[in-house]
Write a protein that binds this ligand. Structure first.
Ligand code: PGA
Length: 244
């Protein structure tokens, strides 16, 4: 099980460092075999890295670019992320797809760059409400997945994040999510990636975590809003530990 916190563009420096310290404390004794990851805004990676190093909390980045040492204003290379102790990177989040027009093909380039640097990409996929209402949820997600993994290696994590559930307070039901996870798992397995963890993201709360984690094809969660409070985040970690 993996529980990853996506802090998005939240928290100032002081609050980010203090949340990192609180997460380290709150998960020190209850994590069991659960992999715990925090993904602060890039500008706070270094400071948060100091707080989580020597703990069982791993550091993830919300951004990554394909190239190293290239003239690319405003971006961060995999080498820079490695230098500050990052081990996971979020790729293809729907906010990047929608707001910054990042394509699945670009995501695949990032996945490859991350894997070459031994970072573990968390590859996000998810359908919009229109796609779900049109009955295209599964095909949309599986297409995104195939394109995001084109030419990539074996080490990665998938996060199914229905766009209509992100930041809306509306979580996919355990059945809806399980159906999609099973479809994702089966596509991964037919490409030789049967053991890849499949996480769920989209308005997960401590109150619905246990029901989601109890589903067969769930390997954890990518938590947005609820990862900004150490106690809530630790509750996911406990729920994941209990379900594993
Ligand atoms: P949320 O975000 O938990 O706030 O819905 C999840 C995500 O976007 O990763």
């Amino acid at each position: 099980m993996i529980v990853a916190g996506n802090w998005k563009m939240n928290l100032g420096l002081e609050d980010a460092v203090s949340l990192a310290a609180d997460v380290v404390r709150a998960t020190a004794d209850n994590a069991g075999d659960v992999t715990v990851v925090v993904c602060p805004p890039a500008i706070w990676l270094d400071a948060v890295s100091e707080r989580v190093s020597k703990s069982r909390v791993a550091l993830g980045s919300q951004i990554v670019l394909v190239e190293s040492s290239v003239a690319f204003t405003g971006e961060h290379s995999v080498g820079m992320l490695v230098d500050v102790g990052v081990s996971y990177v979020i790729v293809g989040h729907s906010e990047r797809r929608q707001l910054f027009r990042e394509s699945s093909a670009f995501g695949a380039e990032k996945v490859i760059a991350a894997q070459n640097a031994r970072l573990v990409p968390i590859v996000c996929v998810g359908e919009t409400l229109e796609e779900r209402d049109a009955g295209d949820a599964v095909s949309t997600v599986l297409d995104q997945l195939a394109m995001s993994l084109e030419g990539t290696g074996p080490s990665f994590v998938v996060a199914y994040e229905p766009v209509w559930a992100i930041g809306t307070g509306r979580t996919a039901s355990p059945d809806q999510a399980q159906q999609m996870h099973a479809a994702i798992r089966s596509q991964l397995a037919s490409n030789g990636h049967g053991g890849v963890p499949v996480l769920y993201g989209g308005s997960v709360k401590p109150a619905n975590a246990a029901a989601l984690f109890a589903q067969r094809d769930f390997d954890g969660a990518l938590v947005g809003c609820a990862s900004l409070t150490a106690d809530a985040f630790a509750a996911f970690v406990s729920a994941a530990g209990a379900a594993s």
